[in-house]
Design a protein around this ligand. Structure first.
Ligand SMILES: *Cc1c(COP(=O)(O)O)cnc(C)c1O
Length: 437
């Protein structure tokens, strides 16, 4: 078949799937402009693919490791090997990788509550952490928070230009400061995401202020976006969710903690109990998915990254504020698009939902989600509930009505989702068809 015929076919199927000709053409123009970025993304994926493969080979992963365990889960060799693979790939001394950790928030709560004792202080040198952590820490009073257990909290905001406020950081580290929490991704804030290199600079400064300060990085959405991880630049612990990047879309649930052995051991004891630690925890039937998902994670992350760059290209050309823009270097898979009105935010999310393989026919509506302080709209037609490595978009209904767009198990799906979102904005008159050139 000729290239020309193939292009025609793709055009046709896009038309059948509800895209108008101007939207398709606009997408093609933006994709052309992204080519160079895509090549860089592919190179990073290649590097990380080999990193994961090498870790699996070194630890002699075999089919026996996929077998399920039940009950206490004693002697689960596959669970231990998976943890060794994570530790190896992320260059940490030890890892805790468990389906019993239900989500990223729990993984972070685990790492914090295991390593902070009454009277200790937790410090965020990068401003307010992710919404769900506010109740974990007790910034918003909550039953069971760290605050209830006598752990206090301090923070230093980033400076207006996004740089670290070294003076404030130095001033706020005191005798009781035990642990620092550094969030790599921007979450629902409009600040830049931190590169691993910048995290390294920050950690070096923190350790200079206080040598034994435990530096934990909330690594959610950052895994495999770069060739190094925060553990390569001095982080004592990195923490994340398996229904984001490292689960590769296959992990049905779970979280991980990688880092210094003694700190990870405390997390294991906190998760199961003192005396039991890492030795227990049935892996049920999920291990093959965790292994295979980790194996696929570098390329899945690359697809999601391409989708994010493409979305930035589309919406910045139309005059929306996008963070990051299509040329900036990237350190997580999240793309923020400021849509400016609740109607536009909802239309965007409806477009993403309509592009999904699962639940494409439903309409997302804003709701009061536990852990968040304003209504949130979420579009997700995912194989795994709430999985945000799958194509998804969400945003709190508060100004400037930013959609946080992320994921896509394949680049082609992410591409289609972005164009569906654009189509919905055109259909609603938020974007004029004439603007598409
Ligand atoms: C997703 C995320 C978390 C944890 O969220 P869960 O929904 O509980 O998995 C924490 N921090 C950041 C930056 C995140 O993106």
């Amino acid at each position: 078949m000729s290239t020309e015929q193939m292009e025609k076919n793709i055009h046709h199927i896009y038309r059948d799937m509800g895209l108008s000709a101007p939207v398709i053409a606009f997408g093609e123009a933006v994709e052309k402009a992204c080519r160079e970025r895509f090549e860089q993304i592919d190179e990073t994926a290649q590097y990380n693919q080999l990193k994961v493969l090498g870790a699996m080979q070194k630890h002699r992963v075999n089919a026996g490791h996929f077998a399920s365990s039940t009950g206490y889960g004693y002697n689960d060799d596959g669970r231990e090997t998976l943890e060794a693979v994570y530790a190896e790939a992320f260059h940490g001394e030890a890892a805790l990788v468990r389906p019993q950790i239900v989500c990223g928030t729990q993984a972070l709560y685990l790492a914090l509550s295991a390593n902070l004792l009454p009277g200790d202080e937790l410090f965020s040198p990068v401003g307010r952490p992710y919404d769900t952590l506010e109740e974990v820490i007790g910034i918003r009073p909550s039953v069971g928070s760290l605050a209830e257990y006598g752990v206090t909290y301090a923070e230093a905001d980033l400076l207006p230009d996004g740089s670290f406020d070294y003076e404030a950081i130095r001033a706020r580290i005191g005798a009781r400061t035990k642990m620092a929490t550094i969030q790599r991704s921007k979450g629902y804030a409009s600040r830049p995401t931190l590169s691993v290199e910048r995290i390294g600079e920050l950690i070096a400064f923190l350790k200079k202020c206080k040598q034994d300060l435990i530096c934990m990085v909330d690594n959610c959405y950052g895994e495999f976006v770069e060739e190094i991880e925060p553990t390569d630049v001095g982080a004592d612990l990195i923490v994340g969710s398996l229904i984001k990047n490292p689960g590769g879309g296959l992990a049905p649930c779970g979280g991980y903690i990688v880092g210094r052995e003694e700190l990870v051991e405390r997390c294991a004891r906190r998760l199961s109990s003192p005396g039991l630690g890492k030795e227990v925890g049935a892996s049920l039937g999920v291990k093959r998915d965790l292994y295979q998902g980790f194996f696929l994670a570098p390329t899945v992350t690359a697809g999601a990254l391409k989708g994010a760059v493409f979305a930035a290209g589309i919406f910045e050309r139309l005059g929306f504020r996008v963070i990051p823009d299509s040329r900036e270097s990237r350190h997580d898979i999240i793309q923020a698009v400021e849509l400016g009105s609740p109607e536009a935010l909802c239309a965007f999310c409806e477009g993403i939902q309509a592009a999904a393989p699962v639940d494409s026919y439903v309409t997302p509506v804003p709701w009061d989600m536990p852990g968040y302080d304003s209504p949130v709209i979420m579009a997700a037609g995912a194989f795994v509930q709430g999985s945000s490595i799958e194509l998804s978009a969400d945003g709190p209904l508060r100004p400037p009505y930013t959609a946080f767009f992320q994921g896509g198990l394949t680049w082609y799906h992410a591409r289609f989702g972005v164009l569906k979102a654009l189509q919905r904005l055109v259909d609603r008159g938020v974007v004029e068809a004439a603007e598409l050139g």
